[in-house]
Design a binder for this molecule. Structure first.
Ligand code: PEP
Ligand code: MG
Length: 560
């Protein structure tokens, strides 16, 4: 085979764009339990507790050498190593007579099961927990922590899964790309790789079968991985990727269609560190600040002062550009330690988002006060998971009473989509933002985290597009601004359809903005409207995508 198209040997989810080629470094598997160790007892407790403490201290040290999100994640892992519950269940294992490494292993397994049963964000913390286990066991066995010991030259890290601690151990200047067998788009590996600008593919089955040292080509945009590909093919792919990057970089500035219809291009962020990193990026503000990230780890909700200073920093970083703050969306896949949700049989349909805030009004009251105290003219606020007029009115009145003038809601439940106009009118909303991640899961009745339901969980589903069309019509009738802040906004081809349906602003992760901007610049509003008609006429998500793509093959090749 030459420079022609070659089917990838492995396919995963591309979570950080970029095409690179280099030798594979396989991350060594952890050493595991010592099969020959003597039975344990309570007398071993100090030794085991010390090993946890030492690992926590090492992680703190690694955190101190990094900054921003990377440092935060490492510090969070260090806290997990100090977790009293984890130590207690390890000591219980020792009392049962398990040897020291088996005790750690079993206690972590128990804890991991609990996190997995919660699902979502918490389930993805299992990797962090296992990295603590492997470090503690390595310590107890007196061997070095597992990982890539030494990079002779720049290469591609291939692993079953990677914890932030392992990533922190790498010489990042030598990491060309990261490829893992497990992990999802919201795993820490994915978040860190995107933050560090390292191309990455996660959830690529069997990828660890790649032989150490063999050449690996990685496309972090499409999630394709080739093992030992033909050199001409590699060259062709690298050249094509370079051209694509140059093309995307050639379109800059505010988003607009080819005929000049403005479409604001904004970013989704979660932390002050994100805001500080992106404040000079070529984007038009923040379309979604996921505030729950401030609440996920602490034993208590952050104080009003802490929240104020966080908001102040973010608003200042984006001074002069709109910042859309979403109030707490905890519950379901984002539980917090200080609210017991163990009774939830069906968390995604349970007390999450605004429902949880209505049941714990103090939480929302403090959050809105903190925001109101530092709000500027660029501040917008919206509530997640609204389903009724009463909720929308309650929220809008509360937010305005706190001095925040620009108030909206997310539309991510079918109930809100169907009665969008009523909600806009009754609550006198200034804007709505469509959360296509949840809207798709609820319209299609398909858990957004379920790996077997990805086909249903596709925002190209015509039922979802129909609802978006209706929301846009309601927006036009009531003069309410319509944006999209779910993952759909970052798909350059679907973004054209959304604009054709009547969406005026798109918010996505920062890395996705250039391709969306370039795609918009290639098509007029009338063309986008035609693409929307084609998508709505399809019988399935795949047909909608294929029919639209067929109309604009060159844009798909350049930006898709
Ligand atoms: C959405 O549901 O589309 C959304 C943007 O919110 P989140 O992904 O945080 O639930
Ligand atoms: Mg949502």
């Amino acid at each position: 085979m030459s420079g022609e198209e070659a089917a990838p040997d492995f396919r995963g989810i591309g979570v950080s764009p970029g095409t690179v080629f280099g030798p594979a470094y396989l991350v060594a598997e952890p050493i595991g339990v010592d099969a020959a160790e003597p039975a344990g007892s309570a007398a071993d407790a100090p030794k085991v507790a010390q090993a946890y403490q030492d690992v926590a201290a090492e992680l703190d040290e690694l955190a101190a050498r990094r900054e921003g999100e990377f440092a935060e994640i490492l510090a969070m892992t260090a806290d997990l190593a100090r977790d009293k519950g984890l130590l207690k269940s390890t000591l219980k294992q020792l009392e049962l007579g398990k040897g020291v490494t088996a005790a750690v292993y079993n206690a972590v397994a128990e804890y991991a099961l609990m996190l997995e049963s919660i699902g979502g964000y918490m389930a993805e913390r299992v990797t962090d927990l296992q990295s603590i286990r492997d470090r503690v066991i390595a310590k107890l066995r007196g061997v070095p922590a597992p990982g890539v010991a030494h990079f002779a030259e720049p290469g591609v890290v291939v692993a079953k899964d990677l914890s932030p601690a392992q990533t922190a151990d790498f010489d990042l200047s030598k990491v060309l790309a990261i490829v893992t067998e497990f992990g999802g788009p919201t795993s820490h590996t994915a978040i860190l790789a995107a933050t560090l600008g390292i191309p990455a593919v996660v959830a690529a089955p069997e990828v660890t079968k790649i032989a150490a040292g063999s050449g690996v080509l990685v496309d972090g945009r499409t999630g394709s991985v080739w093992a030992d590909p033909d050199p001409e093919f590699v060259q062709a792919q690298l050249v094509a990727a370079q051209k694509r990057e140059e093309f995307l970089a050639s379109t800059t500035g505010d988003g607009q269609t080819a005929d000049g219809m403005p479409v604001a291009l904004k970013v989704n962020i979660g932390t002050l560190a994100d805001a500080q990193k992106l404040h000079e990026a070529d984007v038009q503000g923040v379309g979604l600040l996921r505030t729950e990230f401030m609440f996920l780890t602490g034993a208590q909700a952050p104080s009003i002062d802490a929240q104020e200073s966080n908001f102040r920093g973010i608003l200042e970083a984006f001074a002069g550009k709109p910042v859309t703050v979403r109030t707490l969306d905890i519950g379901a896949d984002k539980p917090v330690p200080f609210i017991d949700q163990s009774g939830e049989e069906n968390p995604a349909l349970g007390q999450r988002g605004i429902r949880l805030c209505q049941a714990n009004q103090e939480l929302l009251d403090v959050q809105l006060s903190a925001l109101g105290n530092v709000a500027k003219e660029n501040t917008r606020v919206m509530a997640p998971m609204v389903a009724t007029v009463a909720e929308a009115k309650w929220f809008a009145e509360l937010a305005r009473a706190k001095g925040i003038a620009n108030v909206g809601i997310m539309i991510e439940t079918p109930a809100a989509a169907i009665q969008a106009r009523r909600l806009m009118e009754r609550a006198d909303l200034d804007f709505v933002s469509i959360g296509t991640n949840d809207l798709t899961q609820y319209v299609m009745a398909a858990d957004r985290l379920h790996p077997a339901l990805t086909e249903l969980n596709d925002p190209w589903q015509v039922a979802v597009l129909e609802l978006i069309r209706g929301i846009c019509e309601a927006g036009q009738a009531t003069d309410t601004h319509i944006g999209v802040c779910g993952e759909a906004a970052g798909d350059p081809i679907l973004a054209l359809v959304l604009v054709g349906l009547g969406v005026y602003s798109l918010s996505m992760s920062a890395a996705k903005v250039p391709a969306v901007r370039a795609a918009l610049a290639r098509h007029t509003l009338a063309q986008c409207q035609e693409l929307a008609r084609i998508a709505l006429a399809a019988d399935s998500a795949s047909e909608a995508k294929a029919s639209v793509s067929a109309q604009i093959a060159e844009t798909v090749a350049l930006c898709g």
